[in-house]
Design a protein around this ligand. Structure first.
Ligand code: RP5
Length: 166
C-alpha cells in the first residue's frame, strides 16, 4: 500500500514538488506521483483518485498554479485528506492559486500550505500519517530537534560576528 499520492497539474510543477518528494523520502514514506490536470484531463484525474483510494492510499498532496482547481476537484472526489500546494507563476505570482485552493466552499476542505511551500506539504503529510505510526512520530520529533539545533548554531555564528565588532 502506498500511503501518499502526489498529483501535479503540469510537469512544469515538478521542480518545486521535488521538495515534497525529498521530504517524504527523508521520513521514509512511500509515495506515487501523477501529472494530471483538472481541466485538461479531468476523467483521467478522477480515475486516478478513485484507484488510489481503492488501493488504500491515505492522503493526497495536489499542486497547481493559476486558477488551480485541481486540489478542490480531487477533494470533491474523495474523503481522503487533501493538502493543496499553490504554485508560484503567471501574472499574479501564485496569489490566484493560493486563493483558489484555500477558499474552498464549506463541506469540502483542502488543507492549504503557502505559495510554493512544497516542503511544508510533505511535513504536514508526515504529521497526519504519524497519528498511526509511532516510529514516524519519533522521526518527526528528531527533525524538530535538528531544526532547533541548526537555529542555535546559526545564532552562535551571529553572536561571534557581533563580538568581533566590539
Ligand atoms: C496549472 O497551470 C499547472 O498546475 C501549472 O502550475 C500551470 C501551468 O501549466 P503549464 O502551462 O506549464 O502546463 O494547471
Amino acid at each position: 500500500m502506498i500511503p501518499v499520492g502526489v498529483v501535479m497539474g503540469s510537469d512544469s510543477d515538478f521542480l518545486v514538488m521535488e521538495e515534497t518528494l525529498n521530504i517524504l523520502v527523508y521520513f521514509d514514506i512511500l509515495y506515487e506521483v501523477k501529472v494530471s490536470s483538472a481541466h485538461r484531463t479531468l476523467e483521467r484525474t478522477l480515475n486516478w483518485v478513485r484507484q488510489f483510494e481503492d488501493q488504500g492510499g491515505k492522503l493526497i498532496i495536489a499542486a497547481a498554479g493559476l486558477a488551480a482547481h485541481l486540489p478542490g476537484v480531487i477533494a470533491g472526489a474523495t474523503i481522503l485528506p487533501v493538502i493543496g500546494v499553490p504554485m508560484r507563476g503567471g501574472a499574479l505570482e501564485g496569489v490566484d492559486a493560493l486563493y483558489s485552493i484555500v477558499q474552498m466552499p464549506p463541506g469540502i476542505p483542502v488543507a492549504t500550505v503557502g505559495i510554493g511551500a512544497a516542503r511544508n506539504a510533505g511535513i504536514l503529510a508526515a504529521q497526519i500519517l504519524a497519528q498511526d505510526d509511532q516510529s514516524l512520530r519519533q522521526r518527526l520529533k528528531n527533525h524538530r530537534m535538528k531544526m532547533a539545533a541548526e537555529i542555535e548554531a546559526k545564532d552562535g555564528v551571529i553572536q561571534d560576528k557581533l563580538k568581533k565588532k566590539l
